[in-house]
Every structure is written in C-alpha cells, then in structure tokens.
Design a protein around this ligand. Structure first.
Ligand SMILES: [Mn+2]
Length: 299
C-alpha cells in the first residue's frame, strides 16, 4: 500500500502497543477509574516535559472522557529546534489507543499548539478538536473548558514568565531537570524549583489571580457554573464570585491533573505525591511480608 495515502489507524490494541517503547506493565497496574480527566501544558517536544511521569500517570488511570486542555505539543519550540524523544511518542500513542478503546477525547489546542486550531470541529482518530468545550459534571454543573491564553491580558503572550524573561525561564527549567535527576538518583521525590520561585515573585502572584478572575467572569457571562483552564501552569481550585474556577496545572513544573469522580466530586492530583504515596505503600507491604518470616525464624 502507498504509505502516503494510508492514513488508517490501527484497529486492534496490540497494534498500538507495538508502537510503544515503554509498555504498560499491565499485570501490576490497577487503574483508577474517573469520570473525567483534564490535563494540559504537557509541552511535548521540549526537554522540560516530564514525559516519564505522565506515562506513569496514564498507565495508572482511566476515564470515560479525557480533555487535553492545550499546549500538549510545543510547536513554537519544535520550530526552533526539533526534539522528539521516544517517550514523547509513547504519550501520543497511549492517547490514540485510549481513543480507540472508547474514551471520549477532546483536544483544545492552546497557544503553543495553535497550529491545530485551524482543525477546529474535526475528529482525528477519535480525537475531537475544539476551540473550547462545555462539560456537564455528574452533579449537574456546567463547566466551560478552555486553554486560557485568550485571557492573558498582560501581553504575557504565553506565560507568566514574561516577568523573568524567556532565557531565565529556559535556564530555570534546565536547572529544574538537573536538580530532579540528582534527587531521583538519591531516591528523593520530585520537587519543583519554579513552583517555589513563582510564589515568591509578587507580580506573578498578582498576574495569576487576575487571570483567574477574568476566566471565571467569562464562564459567568455564558451563564455557566464554572470553568476549567490551563495555560498558567498553576493547578488550583477557587470559588470566584459564585463560579467554580479550576486549573489543571501542567506537566513541566507541577505534574498535575484535574479529575472528576463518578459523583461529580472534583480533585486536583499532584502526580509526584501520588508516586511517593505508592512507593511508601509498597515499602510497607514489603515490610509486612518480611516480618512474619523473621518471627518464624526466631521461634
Ligand atoms: Mn499556554
């Protein structure tokens, strides 16, 4: 078959798995089931993306619906320098496999992947591309889902970091990656340098709260109960003048997801914390397994 005209997607699961370099360890993995998952600001195609952490997340959760709330692929960076490691590819294939297995996937391009905005309204391989969406929660609330750069009034254009500049940001992300490589080797949990820095910069804090208010106002103007956004890399839940404001965070600094439980309850997950929790549970189980044998030996 002519490869140029063959755009058909694989039709069985094994064909998707064959594309993965890092396979899910199916036996060991108990997947948590959620009604809905929102993730954004993954920035595939950049070194800052915590791809392995996201793969771990995807392998431990499942949902009826998955919203990709923008800046999934960093087209700006890719244009400057092509960077596409295998684990970034693994994420794309995991998401396509999910669509194939019946998860509803809505992709809302952000400013870094604005090249996909021209496909608004199209479906590709079961992935719906939309400029924004409305989501109804199990408890009957209507939420506006959008990336949020349209409310970035301070002409930050793309990030809060206009305050420190792009060069400083890139340097900080490099340092962040380095620090965490060392921490990982020492068996220490993931730690976000820029998250700490951001809270220390007064202007950044003011910008974030202004952004949150503008986004909440947009939801109110449309007669909705709340809003889910991304863009500012700051996971958050706040009630703003009667509107539920949610931000699903990012996978560069925070490694967060927003999830909806079966009853409509919402939760922000910090995946670094979840990994730590899992590790200490494993350790506790291990210890419990070893102890009875020792007691037997002693007897
Ligand atoms: Mn953005």
């Amino acid at each position: 078959m002519n490869a140029l005209t063959d755009f058909s997607l694989p039709t069985d699961d094994s064909a998707y798995d064959a594309k993965l370099r890092r396979k899910p360890r199916a036996k060991e993995i108990h997947r948590r089931k959620y009604r809905t998952i929102w993730i954004s600001d993954i920035h595939l195609g950049t070194r800052g993306c915590n791809a392995d952490m996201l793969i771990d997340f995807l392998d431990h959760v499942d949902s009826e619906c998955l919203y990709l709330v923008g800046d999934i692929i960093d087209g700006w960076r890719l244009k400057k320098k092509f960077y596409w490691p295998e684990n970034h590819n693994d994420i794309v294939w995991r998401i396509l496999k999910r669509a194939h297995r019946g998860t509803r996937i809505v992709y809302i391009p952000g400013n870094h992947d604005e090249m996909f905005r021209q496909f608004n309204g199209f479906d590709f391989g079961g992935v719906e591309i939309r400029r924004s969406a409305e989501h109804e929660t199990a408890d009957g609330r209507k939420l506006l889902v959008l990336h949020g750069d349209e409310f970035d009034t301070v002409m930050l254009a793309h990030r809060w970091l206009a305050f420190v500049g792009d060069t400083a940001y890139t340097a900080m992300m490099k340092l962040n990656t380095l620090v965490n490589k060392v921490r990982q080797r020492l068996g220490l949990p993931y730690w976000s340098l820029s998250k700490m820095a951001k809270h220390k910069v007064k202007n950044a804090v003011e910008f974030i709260s202004k952004f949150e208010e503008l986004v909440a106002r947009a939801a109110r103007q449309r007669g909705l109960d709340g809003v889910v956004a991304g863009h500012i890399h700051t996971a958050e839940y706040r009630r703003i003048d009667g509107i539920d404001y949610y931000n699903d965070g990012d996978w560069v600094e925070g490694c967060n997801a927003l999830v909806e439980h079966a009853d409509g309850r919402m939760e922000i997950l910090n995946w670094a914390d979840e990994i730590e929790k899992r590790r200490s549970e494993e350790k506790a189980r291990e210890a419990a397994r070893i102890r009875p044998e020792r007691e037997l030996e002693a007897a």
